[in-house]
Design a protein. Sequence first.
Length: 241
Amino acid sequence: MAQSHIEWTEMTWNPTTGCTKISAGCKNCYAEIMSKRLQAMGLEKYKNGFQLALQPEALEIPYSWHKPKLVFVNSMSDLFHEEIPLSYIQKVFRIMNECSQHTFQVLTKRADVLSEYSKHLSWTSNIWMGVSVENEEMTWRIDELRKTSAFTKFLSLEPLLGPLSHLNLKKIDWVIVGGESGPKARPMKKEWVIEIKKQCLQNEVPFFFKQWGGKNKKANGRILNGKTYDEMPRRIVKLAA
């Protein structure tokens, strides 16, 4: 568990660590770079660097938080990685179900695994489920997300690597947009961001602009047309179906 500098969350919780690359958005993975740093620092959890690993000792951490938290789950991994057993994912979901005072944000690039497993998971309203979409080629992930029983569904269009002019935002509750950051960052065009914002407005979907990114993320900031956009989905209280 750690306080997070990610603009759309408060803290992170990593019941698994490590991952493997599956699409263009993974090329300059920040989690891979961070894992190597943590390995060099001698942290036991990252002794194998970015190799996928279950971290069962981290499972019960949310029970220790007494005040409500906004929690990004697996900032250093992908909960729906094909090598993570469904039984382990169910354990993670059970903890999220029981810690109803917290809001958990789960994000995956493996939307096919997500939709396959969805019926075997208990979806409570404090679990926000999202998929990453970096270009037009990966918009199929949105259709897979729609198949799930998640109460709140969101998109992370980061790193945004191309235009997304025809997004289907039906049943989508939140959209995050951000450019890639770091020394090898690929450019994001302003017109891509404006087009997505326009579609969100037309569909009444909250829009969150995370960053321009680039080699100097902090200097480039997150101002779009003179404003910051920090819209969030409405927190709903429902019982699992």
